[in-house]
Design a protein around this ligand. Structure first.
Ligand code: HEC
Ligand code: HEC
Length: 220
C-alpha cells in the first residue's frame, strides 16, 4: 500500500515537473499584472465594448487578440528585446527612440508570450492566406494604394523606405500571422474602432484585399 502511494506521488511529481507548458500561461498572467503591463494594454476585448475614452486611456496597442496577431517566436523575442515598431508613438523619433519599452528577462518573456498567445479572436480564420510574393499584391501595396505613404517596408533589393505614420512592416513575415493581416484589412474596426488605419475594404475588391495581405505576409 505504502509502495503504491509512493509510486503515485512520484509520478505526480514527475508529471508536474514535465508540464511547464500548461503551468506557464498562469505565471505569464501574473507577471503581466505584476509588471503593470495592463496599465498600457488591454487584454480583454472586443474593442467595440470599450468607449472612446477607454480606448484613449491606454498608451499601448490592445493585446486582447495577440494570439491571433503575432507569431510566437517573434513575440517572445520582442518581449525580451523590444525595438520600435511605431516610430511616432511610444518610441518617438527623438532621443528616446531606443526601444525603451519595458523588457522581460528569460522565463518571464516565455511565460508572458504563452499567456498572450492564448488571447485569440474568432474574427481571424486559419488557413486563408499563404504568404506569396504576389505581383498583384505588390502592385496594390506600392502603386494602386497609398500603403507605402504610411508604412515602411524593404523593397526587392532590401532597401527600406516608406512613411512612418503607421507601424513598420519591415519584418512582417516574421511578426504577423498572415491570416490576421487579411482579417485586419477586411475589417479593421473589429480590432481598432478608433485608430487611423483607413478601411480599404470599401475601396478595394475582395480579391485585391487578399492579394495585398498575401504580399504583406512576405515582407522581410
Ligand atoms: C507605459 C506604457 C506601456 C507599458 C507599461 C507596457 N507597454 Fe507594451 N507597448 C506600449 C507601446 C506604446 C507600444 C507600441 C510600441 C511600438 O509600436 O513601437 C507597446 C507595444 C507592445 C507590444 C507589441 C504590440 C503591437 O501590436 O505591436 C507588446 C506585445 C507589448 N507591448 C507587451 C507589453 C508587456 C508584456 C508589458 C509589461 C512587461 C508592456 N507591454 C508594458 C506601451 C507600454
Ligand atoms: C494614412 C496612413 C495609412 C495608410 C495609407 C495605410 N495604413 Fe496601414 N496602418 C496605419 C496605421 C496608423 C496603423 C496602425 C493602427 C494602430 O495600430 O494604431 C496601420 C496598421 C496596419 C497594419 C497592422 C500593423 C500592425 O503591426 O499592427 C497593416 C498590416 C497595415 N496597416 C497594412 C496596410 C496596407 C496593406 C495598406 C494599403 C492597402 C495600408 N496599411 C495603408 C496607417 C495607414
Amino acid at each position: 500500500m505504502k509502495l503504491v502511494f509512493t509510486m503515485i506521488l512520484g509520478m505526480a511529481i514527475a508529471f508536474a515537473a514535465a508540464s511547464p507548458a500548461w503551468a506557464s500561461p498562469a505565471d505569464g498572467k501574473k507577471t503581466f499584472e505584476g509588471q503593470k503591463c495592463n496599465a498600457c494594454h488591454y487584454t480583454d476585448g472586443p474593442a467595440r465594448e470599450k468607449s472612446i475614452a477607454d480606448q484613449l486611456a491606454k498608451k499601448g496597442p490592445e493585446l486582447w487578440y495577440a494570439g491571433s496577431k503575432f507569431q510566437r517566436p517573434w513575440l517572445e523575442g520582442w518581449l525580451a528585446k523590444p525595438a520600435p515598431i511605431r516610430a511616432l508613438a511610444y518610441n518617438s523619433l527623438t532621443e528616446k527612440n531606443k526601444g525603451d519599452h519595458p523588457k522581460l528577462a528569460g522565463a518571464d518573456a516565455k511565460n508572458v508570450a504563452d499567456f498572450l498567445m492564448r488571447l485569440t479572436t474568432n474574427e481571424v480564420k486559419a488557413g486563408k492566406i499563404k504568404p506569396k510574393k504576389s505581383l498583384k499584391g505588390r502592385q496594390v501595396f506600392t502603386k494602386k494604394m497609398p500603403c507605402t505613404g504610411c508604412h515602411r517596408s524593404a523593397g526587392r533589393k532590401g532597401k527600406v523606405s516608406g512613411g512612418i505614420s503607421g507601424p513598420t512592416l519591415v519584418g512582417a513575415s516574421k511578426r504577423l500571422n498572415p491570416d490576421w493581416i487579411f482579417a485586419y484589412l477586411k475589417n479593421p474596426t473589429h480590432f481598432k474602432p478608433f485608430k487611423p488605419m483607413p478601411t480599404f475594404a470599401d475601396i478595394l475588391k475582395a480579391k485585391d484585399i487578399k492579394n495585398v495581405a498575401t504580399y504583406v505576409a512576405t515582407l522581410k
